[in-house]
Write a protein that binds this ligand. Structure first.
Ligand SMILES: Nc1ncnc2c1ncn2[C@@H]1O[C@H](COP(=O)(O)OP(=O)(O)OP(=O)(O)O)[C@@H](O)[C@H]1O
Length: 516
């Protein structure tokens, strides 16, 4: 779409809004305006204040008292009131989407809005009609009777967008999407973009939070960058070169990371990890081996088995058949048995799979190897704190030095760094990393990639499953393409590129190959 003109009255106008938690000002007085129909990308490093801004706009946080003002379609937002935000037409699609997987699309669309009734009787036919309209409004061609669990990731996000935009709660003026593509594969990202463009073409102003610069250029009309709670750049995307955006984001350039081809281990060493005939959720007999010092990528469409493979190897998901060995020792299919053999697993969902949100950063970091800090039956707290601080410095966790703060108080990307750090500390034999840099900003992502390479240089066998083709192409020595629950192809060396990865996952060749 063409960029909307500046003469249109703003859909949302934010002026002098700031937010302080205790002694820390997280948002400094900031200004931002979006006009109807505009797609505005909001970028910022982890901890720069994006979620805090969204929570202020959605009425979850009251901003600092003072002369701050938010106008939605010209009407003032009653700060700290989610009801006021909703009544004024502001909707937010959060990262977790808030859908019930086992319920139908129809039922999910009714969550929050309720079913239309007449004399107390639910009017299913009308509900179905309205659901079909809501889906059509975002260009989503699915049956309202389908269960959400059966949908692709992009379709699920689409349902959340359709629900946010449905007119039950009155006219929608502003839609905020918080990292909607954090774990969406490339093809599904394109589908989501179409839905977002459709919504914008109907006059809704879209605030689109992302860490992916490519999305800014493909989707947005304008872009703003938050750094340390200040808006440091707002521009039309056509006037914002990539380097300017990166500079605004990190305050400098980001050194590109690339696995040096000479670092790749020779094929002669014995495998550390051997997976044979592995069966489980969406897995139909997976075979592969990983040698010490190798970084192997797993790439495939959603539903191919990519999402369940690493969890099944580790024992966090049920194994239905096959065999997993580390240095020849058989794993029993339980996390404890895998950890005992030196296997680390970073789960794709940090809230449900590994992050203890109420415990401190220090406790989360030291959890897998507490023994080291016991002497004479006592926990050596100072040693634990000192080592945790060193790890937090190495990983550049922000706020710096907050070892005693609960994990929940860190921004999403900083939580991810702490959870990766917890496994790096124990120098594992095998690292299984599921979506390792989801929600991590460009600068921190490069840094985490360096740490993953360091771990492999130290002899760890690393397996990365990711929807991020760029990540796979950047760090992996070898990539296994998974389709319909089996490994169908293997890429090495210069064959590993973003374009080639996407071409291969879409190919219909289903022949099985040797993968060691
Ligand atoms: N309720 C809270 N209490 C104290 N500090 C908080 C609270 N919520 C957020 N913060 C702090 O405010 C800062 C900004 O966090 P915020 O979640 O807004 O960052 P973000 O830009 O969304 O980061 P990410 O990209 O990692 O999600 C962080 O340093 C975070 O630790």
């Amino acid at each position: 779409m063409t960029a909307p003109t500046a003469v249109m009255p703003p859909a949302i106008s934010i002026a002098h809004v700031s937010k302080t938690f205790g002694p820390r000002t997280v948002l400094h007085p900031l200004e931002l305006n979006l006009v109807p129909g505009e797609i505005h990308a909001l970028l910022g490093q982890n901890g720069s204040g994006k979620s805090t801004l969204i929570k202020v706009l959605g009425g979850y946080h009251a901003p600092d008292p003072g002369r701050g003002e938010v106008l939605i379609a010209g009407k003032p937002l009653d700060f700290g009131s989610t009801k006021s935000a909703h009544e004024l037409g502001l909707r937010i699609v959060h990262q977790d989407l808030g859908l019930v997987a086992e319920s139908t699309v129809l039922d999910n669309l009714a969550i929050g809005a309720g079913f239309p009734t007449r004399f107390g009787t639910i009017r299913r036919a009308q509900a179905r009609r309205e659901a079909a309209q809501a889906l059509e409004a975002v260009g989503l061609d699915i049956s309202p009777a389908k269960r959400v669990a059966e949908l692709s990731a992009a379709q699920r996000t689409g349902v959340a967008v359709a629900r946010a935009l449905s007119r039950h709660g009155g006219k929608v003026t502003v839609l905020i999407l918080d990292e909607p593509t954090a774990t969406l594969p490339a093809r599904e990202v394109a589908h989501l973009h179409e839905m977002v463009k459709t919504a914008a073409s109907q006059g809704v102003a879209i605030l689109y939070v992302t860490h992916h610069l490519d999305e800014v250029f493909r989707l947005a009309d304008r872009v703003s960058v938050l750094r340390d709670g200040h808006i440091v750049l707002t521009r039309d995307v056509v006037d914002a070169p990539r380097e300017d955006i990166i500079h605004a984001l990190v305050g400098g350039a980001v050194e590109p990371v690339r696995r040096d081809i000479t670092d790749v281990p020779s094929g002669n060493s014995r495998p550390v990890l051997t997976v044979s005939g592995l069966q489980g959720d969406a897995l139909e007999g997976v075979d592969f081996e990983v040698r010490p010092g190798e970084i192997v990528g797993i790439y495939g469409l959603t539903g191919s088995g990519r999402e369940s493979l690493l969890g099944t190897i580790f024992g966090a998901r049920e194994r239905e058949g096959g065999d997993v060995r580390v240095d020849g020792a058989q794993l029993a299919g339980r996390p404890a048995s895998a950890i005992k053999e030196g296997v680390a697993y970073l789960a794709p969902d940090r809230k449900r799979g590994g992050g203890l949100m109420e415990m401190t950063a220090c406790e989360n970091l030291t959890l897998p190897a507490m023994k080291k800090f016991f002497r004479g039956g006592h926990l050596r707290i100072s040693a634990e704190l000192t080592e945790s601080s060193q790890w937090m410095d190495r990983l550049a966790v922000r706020p710096a030095g907050a070892v005693k703060a609960p994990l929940a108080s860190f921004s999403g990307g900083n939580q991810q760094k702490i959870l990766i750090g917890k496994w790096m500390r124990i120098s594992p034999r095998v690292m299984l990393l599921d979506e390792p840099t989801q929600g991590v900003d460009v600068g921190a992502k490069a840094q985490l990639h360096r740490y993953i390479m360091d771990a492999s240089d130290a002899g760890a066998a690393v397996v990365i499953s990711s929807t991020d083709a760029e990540e796979i192409a950047t760090v992996c020595d070898r990539v296994l393409i998974i389709r319909s629950g089996v490994i169908t192809e293997q890429l090495t060396g210069s064959d590993i590129s973003v374009a080639e990865l996407d071409r291969r996952v879409l190919r219909s060749n289903e022949s099985k190959v040797e993968t060691s």
